[in-house]
Each structure stands twice: as structure tokens, then as C-alpha cells.
Design a protein around this ligand. Sequence first.
Ligand code: FES
Length: 228
Amino acid sequence: MAPLSTVTRALARPSVLRVAARTISTTPAVRGDSSYSSPFKGESNSTKVPDFSKYLSDKKPSSNALISYFMVGTLGAITAGGAKSTIQEFLVNMSASADVLALAKVEVDLNAIPEGKNVIVKWRGKPVFIRHRTAAEIEEANNINVASLRDPEADSDRVQKPEWLVMLGVCTHLGCVPIGEAGEYGGWFCPCHGSHYDISGRIRKGPAPLNLEIPAYEFPEDDKLVIG
Ligand code: FES
């Protein structure tokens, strides 16, 4: 390291002092020192618009309009196509998948259910009672004063074909599964709290407030039932 006296002597020299002063100076450079020259030098109006006339098309205005219409139409068609596929993708994603749809409907072969017998199938996690009713049971279901029922409903309003009674096997009291061919009315009996349903699934006795519910179903063919 240089001794302090040597540094002091060096700083005392005029040339060293000038360099140091230039280095630490914060004064802006004088305008005349700048090498920048404005392209608008001498122009009083700096917003002068350049002349683009040599770029103007020499074709007829109608031919240019045609190209414009074509471009707008093409871009519109592409945009509409993109929007359509986006919406379609969205709807396909939101709709139920094939396995869910399969669970939503249950197909039953009615040839497998003899007259006077019950079958229970599972649909959307719930039991569904299917009863192949006899002529005597159909007559019994109709031979009643509907107005006297707790949940007044004619048998004809509960079936599509009189011989086929289709209803949810869920007690309308607290949701137990009633037992078939039991109870005081020859229909279903819920052992949980003692509700009796008749051969049309209507509540006749006990705490249940409503008849057994009828699900959506159809007969696509004479011997085929689709629930759901
Ligand atoms: S749940 Fe059926 S009678 Fe209560």
C-alpha cells in the first residue's frame, strides 16, 4: 500500500484533479456537446404527415372491397366454427357419461315375470317393485272409493297397463323397504312402523302419508319394460 504522503502528492497535481472532477461531476452535458441531430431540423411543424400516395392501390375500389368482404367472411366463418366446437366440447364434457346413462335406465324382460308374482329390480340405487297383477287384483284395485283414501289416487292413474304395476319400493314414511304380498290389504307391508299398502301401492293404514311413488317408465315393446 502506498504511503499517505505519496497519495496526497498525486492528488495535488492539476491533471489528476481535472480527471477526478470530470468523473464525479453531475452537471448535465451542454447542448452544443451532443452529437444528436433531429430529423425535423428546420421544420416548424413536427407533425407533418408523410405522403403515402405511392402506396395507394391503382385497382378499382370495388375490387378492394371484394377482398375485404372475402377476408371478413372467411374470418367470421373460422371464428364461428371455433366457437361451435368449443361449445360442443363443453356440452359433451358436461353431459352424463355412458356408464352413468346405463345406470339411469334399467331394462326388464317381462316374459320372466309370471302372473301373480313380484320382482324387485335395482334402479339408481333404489328398489323398484314390479307386480304382474292378476285380473282379480286389477278388479280389487279399482273396486274402491278413491275419495276415502289418505292419498286419493285412482288405480288407472298409477299404471300404464293394468296388469303391470311398477313403483318404487321405498316406504313414504321413513324410507324402509316394504315386504310384498303382505299386510291387511294384500299388497305391501312396511314392518318398520306398520304401514299397509294395497294392491295398487296406495297407503291404507299406518303412519306413511303417501302412496308408493311411481317412477318414470315405458314399454318400448310388449314384453319389455324400461325404467328411467
Ligand atoms: S318407514 Fe315404513 S312405516 Fe315407517
